[in-house]
Design a protein around this ligand. Structure first.
Ligand SMILES: [Fe+2]
Length: 255
């Protein structure tokens, strides 16, 4: 493991050193960067910074050539143990939950289109104003977080609302760095999912709403064309379908 650590850490440091030389970085800039590292730690923003600016490259490297549906970043707002929903499979929400009510349906299959019964979909999303329960003021704990299972034919459904786009926190060091570089802090509207079934690779992904702003300049670089969905009017609300195909587990389960 130390050879691996030596290789990777040496390479990252060498590239930082090269950037310092190529950009003629000053002592003042180095001191400002050092203070920024300290600020990120004190603000508890290392998970945010990593998931926004680094995770997409790791995800692409790890899973870009995997068979089946496309994945994308996990991000920092997943919480474990969301409730398993029964029919009619509505994500927990407030009585007056804002946003367009939307029915999501689809199938979970293997890469040969065989249905996967009892596959699990762990779903979480921001509300219509872009706020995540458990992380931001507004929505109550557990809002718009739930899990559903596929039926014997591999079919699933759930009801939710269209989420809103949101910015990464603007007042912390990650947001200040983003502003200093004059980058957009926005993420387009999306629904997060982890789709899993025994014997298959869990799929960590997001579905992006086609009408959202910021699809072409996601601060987290997580948008993929295959993950953009197109909700249409149906039954007084909206509806869309998305099918997931899971790749076989890389390491067979040990009996
Ligand atoms: Fe998100």
């Amino acid at each position: 493991m130390s050879d691996r650590a030596n290789q990777v850490i040496s390479d990252i440091l060498r590239r930082i050193h090269e950037a310092i030389v190529e950009n003629d970085v000053t002592y003042e800039e180095y001191q400002a960067a050092k203070q920024w590292f300290i600020d990120v730690g004190e603000a508890g923003e290392w998970p945010l910074f990593g998931d926004v600016y680094i995770e997409h490259a790791v995800e692409e490297q790890a899973f870009g050539n995997r068979a089946g549906s496309q994945g994308t970043i996990l991000g920092p707002f997943h919480l474990p143990d969301a409730p398993l929903l029964d029919a009619p499979f509505e994500l927990p929400h407030r009585p007056d939950e804002p946003g367009d009510r939307t029915r999501v349906t689809g199938r979970v299959t293997d890469v040969d289109d065989n249905p996967l019964p009892n596959a699990n979909l762990d779903i979480w999303q921001a509300d219509a104003s872009g706020a995540y329960s458990g992380f931001m003021p507004g929505p109550p704990d557990g809002n718009l977080r739930g899990q559903v299972r596929t039926d014997a034919d591999g079919r699933y459904e759930y009801v939710t609302v269209i989420p809103g786009p949101y910015t990464i926190p603007l007042d912390g060091p990650t947001g200040r760095m983003t502003a200093a570089a004059d980058w957009s802090p926005w993420r387009p509207a999306h629904i997060h999912l982890i789709v899993s079934a025994e014997g298959y690779e869990p799929l960590v992904t997001q579905l992006f709403i086609d009408t959202s702003d910021h699809l072409d300049n996601d601060v987290a670089s997580a948008v993929k064309e295959e993950l953009i969905v197109h909700p249409e009017r149906a039954d007084g609300g909206l509806a869309f379908t998305y099918d997931f195909a899971l790749a076989p587990a890389r390491t067979p389960a040990v009996a």
